[in-house]
Write a protein that binds this ligand. Structure first.
Ligand code: OFO
Length: 183
């Protein structure tokens, strides 16, 4: 008896999405490392915490595939994009990456709808909601850098922005306190 409750197509798409979340985590890690080396410790801290959140998204999908009797396939994670050229560039790239991830999540939702796989459709609603928060977070970053002067933001404005992000609580909890259910 086949105990896999996922179709081959959905199983493959979920595995791809799992790798995409791992890739998102690597992107945040690389941008955080760039920010740290450029002296923006507050921004780095914010992005490091977000990298942990993306890894938890990866785990959430991994556990779902297993729960449904599917096969998890761990593959290589693509390299993150090149380093940002400025804080403005960094925040715009964060937004682009989030929108790209949202589109990928929407494709999975559509696929589960077409296949009438209601369990996966229901599972994916958590990610749909999460992406609203993530895109809002990325848009907030863009607003902050715009106010600071965008590409021509001066040292004082960037210093204030860096301190602000260090002290602003965001949805991403520290790595020690996150769980798969509560990333
Ligand atoms: Fe940035 O979000 Fe995962 O899904």
């Amino acid at each position: 008896m086949d105990t896999n409750r996922l179709s081959k197509t959905i199983e493959a798409a979920l595995n791809d999405q799992m790798t995409k979340e791992a890739h998102a985590s690597q992107i945040y890690l690389s941008y955080a490392s760039w920010a740290d080396s450029a002296g923006y410790e507050g921004i780095a801290n914010f992005l490091f915490r977000h990298a942990a959140e993306e890894r938890n998204h990866m785990m959430k999908i991994l556990e779902y595939i297993q729960k449904r009797g599917g096969r998890v396939i761990i593959t290589a994670i693509p390299a993150p994009n090149p380093d940002p050229t400025s804080v403005n560039d960094c925040f715009n790239k964060v937004f682009e990456a989030e929108v790209d991830n949202t589109n990928s999540i929407y494709r999975l939702v559509k696929m589960s709808l077409d296949e009438q796989d209601w369990a996966t459709w229901n599972f994916m609603q958590w990610f749909v909601k999460e992406q609203i928060e993530e895109e809002t977070m990325a848009l907030d970053l863009i607003s902050k850098i715009k106010i600071a002067g965008g590409e021509t933001a001066n040292g004082d404005a960037l210093y204030t922005l860096d301190r602000d992000l260090e002290n602003t609580p965001d949805d991403a909890r520290s790595a020690e306190t996150v769980t798969t259910d509560n990333p």
